[in-house]
Design a protein around this ligand. Structure first.
Ligand code: CAA
Length: 387
């Protein structure tokens, strides 16, 4: 067993780090302040292959593995979590789902432009009254009389990249009496009649990652755009979230490290009572706890990434590994960014430094793609076999 990264992985990490520090870090505060969508840097990320890292090259992607994906995600998030969120949705929630469950036509038509960064993809499961209880959705899709298309109706919410997405994988109830077994996944084109965008969410953090409601009013979705089979939507949604949660864990690791590195520099330079503050035991405790949690997160993330790679050969699920990585890394992100603000004192609360942004951005990793409470429920159910 060898926990060293390969030469190729080190090169990918370094390329992502170089790009993120040169191109994203300098503009992150601007986009946080304005809430504008960072089209320019996202376009460049597409050109570098970051928008479809694991997608094979023949489908527009970079053709790399999950370890490469988490390494790149960590580096992008270290510079700005909002950019990593846009990247994560394109990669995991959109491309992964279609590559795994889609037809050849769907891969050609939708994955190629999104993985190459020319178009933006999104994923829509949540509704105003159903977040954690994903199967409790109220949106409805009914098959047309001629059987050629589904008619989609209703309101979905909290769609990451919703305001800018060209294509969205949307989950709707097709046979309500079957509950979660009556949910179907659809690939929706956002420039077609019957689709509209609603309220854009004003958010605490990841402000450059645009989020909105989307509305369907008799939207006609051709049957060719059903992803998987009718009634398989819930399992597709959950399987896609397993992949997504590994990406969120890597985002959380990135922002935790950014907070940690800022803190290290600060405690070495800042003086109080005639000493560097890093010489005080209460600061040392924070530094030690941050470091250990960061390294433990990294191991859980690599374990989950390897489980996902293995799953391609064995078909087994990697739900447990993904949930453990997301739970621990997101709580580490909150722990580290909270500690970093405290270590920096007044300057940690000031917009002159990025530390307060790290703190605001980190919080979402404990919420989206399944809250920490949901991850604990998933882990405990799988471990005990009880429900
Ligand atoms: N992979 C494949 N199948 C799965 C699965 C997985 N990971 N998890 C569950 N399933 C299957 C089960 O095997 C079961 O199959 P059968 O019908 O054959 O029995 C079926 O799905 C139902 O499973 P459960 O009974 O466990 O379902 P549940 O209703 O109790 O819910 C849950 C389980 C874990 C709470 C789930 O609803 C969940 O994860 N909720 C959180 C949803 C979430 O993460 N939302 C965030 C949305 S995305 C977002 O944040 C916005 C964004 O844009 C980023």
């Amino acid at each position: 067993m060898d926990l060293q990264l390969s030469e190729e992985h080190l090169m990918i990490r370094d390329a992502a780090r170089d790009f993120a520090q040169k191109e994203i870090a300098p503009v992150a505060a601007h986009y946080d302040e304005t809430g504008e969508f960072p089209y320019e840097t996202i376009r460049k990320m597409g050109e570098l292959g970051f928008m479809g890292i694991e997608v094979p090259e023949e489908y527009g992607g970079a053709g790399l593995d999950t370890i490469a994906y988490v390494l790149a995600m960590e580096e992008i998030a270290k510079a700005d979590v909002a950019h990593s969120t846009i990247m994560s949705v394109n990669n995991s929630l959109f491309c992964y789902g279609i590559m795994r469950f889609g037809t050849e036509e769907q891969k050609q038509k939708y994955v190629v432009p999104v993985a190459s960064g020319q178009k933006i993809g999104a994923y829509s499961l949540t509704e105003p009254q159903s977040g954690s209880d994903a199967a409790g959705m109220r949106t409805r899709a009914t098959l047309s009389d001629d059987g050629k298309f589904y008619i989609l109706n209703g309101l979905k919410s909290w769609v990451t990249s919703g305001p800018v997405a060209d294509y969205i994988v949307v989950f709707m109830m097709t046979e309500p009496e079957k509950k979660h077994r009556g949910i179907t996944a659809f690939i929706v084109e956002t420039d077609k009649p019957g689709f509209s965008r609603g309220k854009v969410e004003p958010k605490l953090g990841i402000r450059a990652s645009a989020t909105c409601e989307i509305m369907f009013d008799n939207y006609q979705c051709p049957v060719e755009n059903v992803l998987g089979k009718p009634g398989e939507g819930f399992k597709i949604a959950m399987a896609v979230l397993d992949a997504g949660r590994i990406g969120v864990a890597a985002q959380a690791l990135g922002v935790a490290e950014a907070a940690y590195e800022a803190s290290l520099q600060w405690v070495r330079e800042r003086e109080a009572f005639g000493k560097k503050i890093g010489q005080f035991q209460m600061i040392q405790q924070k530094i030690a706890d941050m470091k250990v949690r960061i390294e433990a997160s990294r191991l859980l993330i690599y374990q989950a990434a390897l489980a996902k790679e293995r799953a391609q050969r064995t078909g087994e699920r990697f739900t447990l590994e993904a949930s453990m990585a997301k739970l621990f890394a997101s709580e580490t992100a909150m722990f580290c960014t909270h500690a970093a603000v405290q270590i920096h004192g007044g300057m940690g609360y000031s917009k002159e430094l990025p530390v307060e942004r790290y703190f605001r951005d980190a919080k979402i990793t404990e919420i989206y793609e399944g809250t920490s409470e949901i991850q604990r429920m998933v882990i405990a159910r799988l471990e005990t076999g009880l429900r």
